[in-house]
Structure formats: structure tokens, C-alpha cells
Design a protein around this ligand. Sequence first.
Ligand code: HAM
Length: 432
Amino acid sequence: MGKSIFIKGEHIIMSKSLKNIKGTQDILFDDNNIWQYLESHIHQFLNKYGFSQIRTPIFENTNLFSRSIGTQTDIVSKEMYSWTDQGGNNLTLKPEVTASVVRAYIQHNLGKKYPINKLYYIDTLFRRERPQKGRYRQFNQFGVEAIGSEHPEQDAEIIALAYNFYKSLNIENLTLKINSIGSEEVRNKYKLELKKYLIPYKDKLSTLSQKRLDTNPLRILDTKIDFEIEIIKNAPHIIDFLNKEDKDHFSKVLSLLDSLSIKYDIDHKLVRGLDYYCRTVFEIQSSKLGSQDALCGGGRYDYLVEELGGKPTPAIGFAAGIERLILSLNKKELSIFKRPNIYIINTEEKYLETSFEITESLRNNNLTVINDTLRRSLKSQMKDANRLKALYTIIIGEDEIKNNKVTIKDMDKGTQSYVSFDKINSYFLKKQ
Ligand code: HAM
């Protein structure tokens, strides 16, 4: 514990060093350039597909998530940041967005407004996972949800969108994994068969998988432990339990992906960690990511709208981790460096009004203009302009004020011009 102090009679304990919470990150300086670039790329890209943005609150009633994601899932059973507020409401910081989108879809009767709702989001989420590279407790996703179509072309559109998104950023070494997990009835039948297959190996399984054998046997297929991978190699495949409609749906999705020349691996072990899925599930992985290799994941959730109180409405979507996207980018793409257009060098306090006026009128012309608020010397302001790699500096000093002119220095060429106050804007506009 740190030292204690009194402020206005209040006893306050200061911790020695206040640090950000484990699994969260501060994003500083130029690192934000890549975030801003990606966010605007996401908006542009998804608008091209005709998706419109939805923003939902950062917290919701806890039961929204337990009812949709499932009480036996890792997220609901141990990862949610939940609390009871002063009014006795059980609340949770969103661990994912699909449940909130479906809640909003039902609440605002969106299905009545449009037969198909294609929505997207960029959001900050919270899961109390064990932090490691690519896995955080506060992280960001963008995602899409198409609510209203049961047809396989909707699946293919969503999967192609996800795949093309990564291609649009030149991300290499992508693997698209796809599977079909059918309806609930199919899954229940399959769970029994899988359990039957695994029971003889029960003693060899990890403690977690032994527990899952009773609670959620499908998740054992997700294992990353070598000896368990070996055990499930010969486990039955869910695809063999699908009914005719599920099978036809899946083969149409695959043939549409073929027609777009999108390569995929059918992965019999892919079941996804959230309970609301049915039929098509998919993930895109990058070999650059290490153990947390899923760039994005999603699938169909045809029963969720009804389960949360709406009319039966089919839907499909996916979400993509933005931190993992950044980890998979090439170094070249990461070094987006923005150079300010102009650095205003003011040499005297008494010229502040003039320098403020010039600064604002340049900003009104969409130029990035930096000014000094530390009253530094001309030399140190020039040094700062160099550090920031400003394209131009404008010097406002005694001579300049006397003659109603400023000195403009081209920082790359080293040349100087003397420009009257009323011509400063047109000088820069000509350069654009
Ligand atoms: P999810 O697989 O839980 O699915 O998350 C989607 C993506 O979010 C992951 O593939 C990963 O890139 C990123 N992600 C998840 N957890 C973390 C974490 N702790 N740290 C960093 N990144 C993370 C869903 O969230 C579903 N709502 C997707 C969906 C939308 N399904 C249908 N519609």
C-alpha cells in the first residue's frame, strides 16, 4: 500500500504508482494514426457493402448475455465484468456486440421497418481473459450482422466480405476455416455421439475437458493441447449428422465461395465458443498471430432473435478483433506518419493575438497547424518544428509585425518567403 495523505480533511491512500489495469492498453502518439486509418477504412469498406452503423450502450442487463451467449460458455461463466448498481440492477460491460444488436433490433422493431437489416459496429469490449499477445481484457472489434435472410447467399456475402476486408489491407497468409453445425436438434444428437466417443478417454483428458464433457462437450473439439488433439482426431464429424436442408445450405455456401475463388478449409473441429450459432460457422486465421490466431469469427444465429423475444428471424454475422488486425499488418503499413503542414513560431507574448488569428484562419482552410503554448525561444520552437517534421514554419517576430508580413520557411527545401498577412492563406492553398 502507498502513503496516506489528507486532502480537505479526507483521508486518501495514494498507491505508489497508478498503472493501467492488466489487459488494457494506452495508445499513444503515432500509434493512433494506424487506428484512425483503420477505423476510416472500416467505415468506407462496409458502406460499400451497404451496411449501416449501429452504436449500442457500453453496458447492458447481465441476462441479455447469459441468455444469448449461454451460461456454460467461458465468456458468461467466468469472463464478464458484472456488478449490481445502486438500484439493484445486474449489469455487465459488453463482452461482445451481437446480443446488443439483436436486443436493439427487437426493441426498435427494425424487422418491421426493413425486411433485411445489414448493420455494422466498431466497439470496445470487455472480457476477463488471461492477457497475452492478441488477447486483452479490454479490446476492440468491428463486426457486421445481417438480420433477415435465411439464404446461403447471405452467408457467402458475409464470409466474402470478411475475407475481402483483409485482402483490401494486403494481409497475407490467411486461412478461412468453415464448418456447419446444423440445428439445435442436430447438435444435441451429435453431442451424445461425441460424449460416447470421448468417455473411454475421460481419464486422459485435462480437468477442464473432463468438466466440459458434462457441461459443453463441443468445446473439447477446440482444444489446443497436443494429446487431446490426438484423441479427437478420430472423433465423429458433426457434418455427418446434418439433415438434408442443412447439407444443401452448406454446399450452396461453399459453391458460392468457389465462384468467388475464395479458398477455404472445412474444419470439422470448428464449433465456436458462443451458444447462439447454428448451420454455418467460420473463422479467418492468420499465421502471423501465434496462439491467438483468429482474426475474426462468426456464423449463423437463426434462433437468437426469437430466443430474445422477437419474431423468428434468421441472421448471420461476424466480428473481427482490431488489435489482432494491427498485429497482422506489415510494418510498412503500420508506419503511417502524419506531417503537420505548418508550425507557427511566435517570438513575443505581445504578438499572440496576431499569431492566434493567423493560426485559426489557416486551420479553417483544413491545414494542420501547430502553435507553441510554452512561450519557448525561437530556437527551441524551430527544434520542435523539426521534431514534428512540419512541412513549413511561419515566423512572427518584430520585423514581421512592423511590415504586416510573415516569414514562411519551407522546411524540406530550406528556402524562405516573405508573405503579407492577407496572402498567407492563398500562399498555402496554391501549394495544395
Ligand atoms: P468472438 O470469436 O468471441 O465472436 O470474437 C471475434 C473476434 O474478436 C475474435 O476472432 C478476435 O479477433 C477478437 N477477440 C475476441 N476476444 C478477444 C480478446 N480478449 N482480446 C482481443 N481480441 C479478441 C464474437 O464476439 C461474436 N459476437 C462474433 C459474431 C458476430 N458472430 C455473429 N455475429
